[in-house]
Design a protein around this ligand. Structure first.
Ligand code: PGA
Length: 253
């Protein structure tokens, strides 16, 4: 079975709930009922409730950008997987490099968050990727393999089609520098082999692995032609209805 392409927008800390609703209202009808591509919007917590309503009659999936690993408790300012599920959220980004860099999230937290998301029935988008210094030091493969193995330590996979991984080289995020498609394809192949060595080929062949880092409507078709790249996690170019629509069109092939 070929893997279904995914275009996931990561809005980061952009858009109020009102702006989020206006974005959805500006999308063309065929995008709201897209069948060939899994379309996902990962939005700020404060926009989840309203967007869940605006997206209810559409095929667009709704995601959060973070969660806390505990079910509940005295963790001021945090949001649990069950809370996300209760609000109608289906996906959650885990271990984005901005969380690792600015909020001190390490592989241990990423692993706990992944377990919490799966326990609650959320579809995780697990992010891995090397920094510029690591790439220049020739450590890309080692860093990405280690991040993948640590994220999935002790995790059992029952529904591989519900798990997404995003390879996002940190130096390509928000910089306009995309990683060459062949190189992204190579690293994604390496991630798939790391998954295969733990869970077997069958599982590894069903998990979708996305590329992220300065993806634009102009780059998506070439990226999607790579056999290992199953889609994209997109920041900047996901913020405007027309460029987001163009990304989904480009991913249809
Ligand atoms: P970018 O962000 O598309 O703006 O580079 C990607 C991401 O952070 O997921």
């Amino acid at each position: 079975m070929p893997r279904k392409p995914v275009i996931a927008g990561n809005w980061k800390m952009y858009k109020t709930s009102e702006q989020a609703v206006a974005f959805v209202e500006a999308l063309p009808t065929n995008l709201l009922h897209e069948r060939q591509v899994d379309v996902v919007l990962c939005v700020p917590f404060t926009a989840l409730d309203r967007l869940c309503q605006s997206l209810s009659a559409t095929s667009i999936g709704l995601g959060a950008q973070n969660l806390h690993e505990e079910k509940e408790g005295a963790f001021t300012g945090e949001i649990s997987a069950d809370m996300l599920r209760a609000i109608g959220c289906q996906y959650v980004i885990i271990g984005h490099s901005e969380r690792r860099q600015y909020f001190m999230e390490n592989d241990i937290r990423v692993n706990l968050k992944l377990k919490a998301a799966l326990d609650a029935g959320l579809k995780p988008i697990v992010c891995v990727g090397e920094t510029l210094a690591e790439r220049e030091a020739g450590q890309t493969d080692e860093v990405v393999r280690t991040q993948t193995e640590r994220a999935f330590a002790g995790v059992s996979i029952s529904r591989p089609e519900a798990i997404l991984i995003a390879y996002e080289p940190v130096w390509a995020i928000g910089t306009g520098k995309t990683c060459a498609s062949e190189e992204a394809n190579r690293v994604i192949g390496l991630i798939r082999r790391a998954i295969a060595s733990r869970y077997g080929e069958d599982t590894a062949s069903q998990i979708r692995i996305l590329y992220g880092g300065s993806v634009k409507p102009e780059t998506i078709s070439e990226q999607m032609r790579q056999p290992e790249i199953d889609g994209a996690l997109v920041g900047g170019a996901s913020l405007k209805p027309d460029s987001f629509t163009a990304l989904v069109t480009g991913a249809r092939g």
